[in-house]
Design a protein around this ligand. Structure first.
Ligand code: GLA
Length: 397
């Protein structure tokens, strides 16, 4: 949704002036490549047309003051005195902290890390503004990465720093891992920073090289929210990471990305069954991502859909991060007319599935899936038919 009028109006009524900058940073849905990012592997996410919006103006006193329309709450902090707290402001504070500890400063070449903290090398300037958004929170659509990258965009704007997507994604990740305390991979921050409208992002999570892959015409991306939630700052995610690391150690490689199918099959018999299943998911999922990119390029929707189906089975049976609600949703969508393929998306245990649907069938599909899901589970789902949006950007005020 275009929240520019809302955010502009909210800024005006609070500050009695127009904002100096308006920022939009999207949520994302991952088409395929799940639990591969922290294994240095491949992912194929797409930014969605649901976003975090910030309207702001600079402050020169090193204060940051942000009013959240969604939480009806204000946060204020000094860039010179950052303390950890709780809730949504931590994502903004974490980004401020990350930008400052990296001692980034503006230079004609963009961001440069300076050895000595001094003057403008303190990193960033303050600002005041309002924030809102329509990325559902806790649904696995990366509302937190969207807020981090929106904040990074805000600090970049008031501090006159060049926007370099990969560097900004790294800063967002640093905030998430070291400030917020969630040990996630870099997929969410990268797609939010680097997305191009109409495209999915084929990302190598080791080199951070990426390619923009055009979404084929006639294809709709439907996000199916199960209306079930599981917090991510959670032991299961870290446990999966630890199991993958153990498997990588077994194979004597830096990350599971470095194990090919043949090596896996030759030696897998020596692994304990659980670690073997975890590794098998990651190794095959990496293959599926490359195959999905090839299928997308050819416009081969049947093949692409089949890869999503296989990904779901693997996440359910080998990686064990699905849930009864997700499995029901996937099963219902799979049977519905027009569906090429469907799978759980994001970390799992709740949240959303993603379905690739024949465009002319998508309305009918959505209605049917929602009704049938309610009938079977008693829950009320949401269906978002998503367009592939651009990454975090300044919107002309
Ligand atoms: C969450 C994390 C990502 C990624 C996915 C699983 O969304 O934030 O880094 O690991 O789970 O693919």
């Amino acid at each position: 949704m275009d929240l520019q009028p809302t955010i502009t109006q909210a800024f005006r009524s609070r500050f009695a002036a127009p904002p100096a900058f308006i920022i939009r940073a999207p949520g994302r849905v991952n088409i395929i490549g799940e639990h591969t990012d922290y294994n240095d592997g491949f992912v194929l996410p797409m930014a969605i047309d649901r976003a975090v919006w910030i309207a702001l103006r600079p402050r020169r006193d090193r204060q940051v003051i942000v009013h959240s329309l969604d939480f009806d709450e204000a946060a204020e902090f000094s860039l010179d005195n950052l303390h950890k707290g709780k809730g949504w402001p931590e994502y903004i504070k974490g980004v401020a902290w990350a930008m400052q500890v990296e001692r980034l400063k503006a230079s004609p070449r963009g961001f440069v890390a300076s050895a000595q903290p001094s003057g403008s090398a303190r990193g960033v300037e303050g600002w005041e503004g309002v924030v809102t958004g329509d990325v559902p929170k806790g649904a696995g659509l990366s509302s937190s990465a969207a807020l981090e990258l929106a904040a990074a965009r805000a600090f970049a704007a008031v501090s006159d720093l060049e926007w370099e997507p990969v560097k900004m994604a790294r800063l967002g990740l640093k905030a998430e891992v070291e400030w917020v305390g969630l040990n996630c991979g870099i997929m969410d921050q990268m797609i939010c920073a680097a997305a191009q409208a109409g495209h999915a992002l084929f990302l190598d999570c080791r080199s951070l090289d990426f390619e923009q892959i055009p979404l084929p015409g006639g294809l709709s991306v439907a996000v199916l929210d199960t209306a079930t939630r599981r917090g991510l700052v959670d032991s299961d995610y870290n446990e999966r990471r630890a199991q993958c690391d153990a498997a990588a150690r077994f194979f004597g490689v830096r990350a599971l990305r470095d194990v090919d199918r043949q090596t896996f099959e030759t030696r897998a018999g020596q692994l304990d069954p659980l670690t073997r299943r975890r590794a098998r998911h990651v190794i095959r999922e990496n293959e599926r991502v490359s195959q999905a990119v090839a299928a997308m390029r050819r416009g081969d929707m049947e093949r692409l859909g089949g890869l999503l189906d296989a990904s779901h089975a693997s996440l359910r049976d080998d990686f064990e991060v699905s849930s009864p609600a997700l499995d029901s949703m996937v099963e219902i969508a799979r049977q519905a007319a027009g569906c090429f393929g469907v799978r759980m998306t994001g970390a799992g245990f709740g949240g959303c599935a993603v379905a690739l649907v024949r465009a002319e069938k998508v309305q009918e599909f959505s209605l049917h899936v929602a009704q049938e899901y309610t009938r079977q589970t008693g829950l009320t789902p949401s269906v978002y038919i998503c367009q592939a949006a651009a990454g975090a950007s300044l919107v002309p005020a």
